[in-house]
Design a protein around this ligand. Structure first.
Ligand code: PBG
Length: 341
């Protein structure tokens, strides 16, 4: 008897719960009605790698599903991406020749410059962002001028400015410095203004951490440093407050938008930056984050679509307005196929 009385009291208590979060999870339509974060293809920036030549579409071994393009095949890829809802791309160049200063980085005939001219002529609606850095172009693989084993800050600034101006001259909509030299946003802003590009925005890689997650990218562009690493200029992954400092400095120097990079291991930083500033915040879902999912999916360990959309949603939920991701095309396709994810 005692047992039965207790049991009925228990049941009664359960049925009279006032608060039941599961009530709002009962159907796809209800879930989408109360969803707080909604991904959209217009959130994405699709990073692409380009080299000089024609007819090139070479698979990148370290980044399954991605390619090195020449300007003509890049155009085809961008048209297809736009057809899937992508509206912005980020271009990285692979030079014909590297040297100590990375001089092909600012050549008017460089792969990025040629591609920007072609894309802006053929696809004027596509937003073309260019990565401004020297590491793809230097024979030592560092993002600045090197003396002995040091990467020199101030002598690097005029070179980065030349790269940025050459991209703007080619027609780039936005330039995105990724080098992490001090003062580079201010130097690039001044150079753009002087050269007649006061309206070209700067998306600064403001809180860029020295990360092992860049490994596949460095294989893709051959920019692994020949000596040492990038810890004397990229941020220490243990630091949180310093990200705000970096972001505020870049905004003070004229950055129109700021980026946190990588994204998934730094979601707390994205949130902090989102709350500290009022400019748009971008997050870069980098090569290593992409490759981990791809390889696990290839091996059947993860459901690729669900994993990618969950990861990208988490980046947006953390506070990113803009997500740079190699998954962009596929994610855009998945989102348009199935609105009830
Ligand atoms: C160039 C640059 C890098 C990335 C973007 N711009 C590499 C690096 O800093 O070593 C990484 C992108 C990625 O891993 O997807 N400085």
């Amino acid at each position: 008897m005692v047992f039965r009385a207790e049991k009925s009291r228990y049941t009664k208590t359960m049925t009279s719960f006032a608060v039941r979060p599961r009530r709002l999870r009962s159907s796809p339509a209800l879930r989408s009605l109360v969803r707080e974060t909604v991904l959209d293809a217009t959130d994405f920036v699709y990073p692409l790698f380009v080299r000089n030549g024609s007819g090139i579409k070479t698979p990148i071994a370290s980044l399954p599903g991605l390619f090195h393009f020449s300007p003509d095949t890049l155009l085809t890829e961008c048209e297809a991406a736009m057809g899937e809802g992508i509206r912005a791309v980020l271009l990285f160049g692979i030079p014909d020749a590297k040297d100590a200063e990375g001089s092909e980085g600012w050549s008017a005939e460089g792969a990025v410059q040629q591609s920007v001219r072609l894309l802006k002529r053929e696809l004027p609606e596509l937003l073309v962002i260019t990565d401004v850095c020297l590491c793809e172009y230097t024979d030592h693989g560092h993002c600045g001028v090197v003396s002995g084993t040091s990467v020199l800050n101030d002598p690097t600034l005029p070179l980065l400015s030349r790269v940025a101006v050459s991209h703007a001259e080619a027609g780039a909509d936005i330039v995105a410095p990724s080098d992490m030299m001090d003062g580079r946003v201010g130097a690039i802003r001044a150079a753009l203004d002087t050269e007649g590009f006061p309206d070209t925005p700067i998306l600064s890689y403001a809180a860029k951490y020295a990360s092992a997650f860049y490994g596949p990218f460095r294989d893709a562009v051959g920019s692994t440093p020949g000596f040492g690493d990038r810890r004397s200029y990229q941020m220490d992954g243990a630091n949180r407050r310093e990200a705000i400092r970096e972001v505020l400095i870049d905004i003070a120097e004229g950055a129109d938008m700021v980026m946190v990079k990588p994204a998934l291991a730094y979601l707390d930083i994205i949130r902090d930056v989102r709350e500290a500033v009022n400019v748009p915040v971008a997050a870069y879902n980098v090569s290593g984050e992409y490759a981990m999912v791809k390889v696990a999916a290839e091996r059947g360990l993860l459901d690729e679509k669900r994993t990618v959309l969950e990861a990208l949603t988490s980046i947006k939920r953390a506070g990113a307005d803009i997500i740079l991701t190699y998954h962009a095309r596929e994610a855009a396709r998945w989102l348009s196929e199935d609105a009830t994810i």
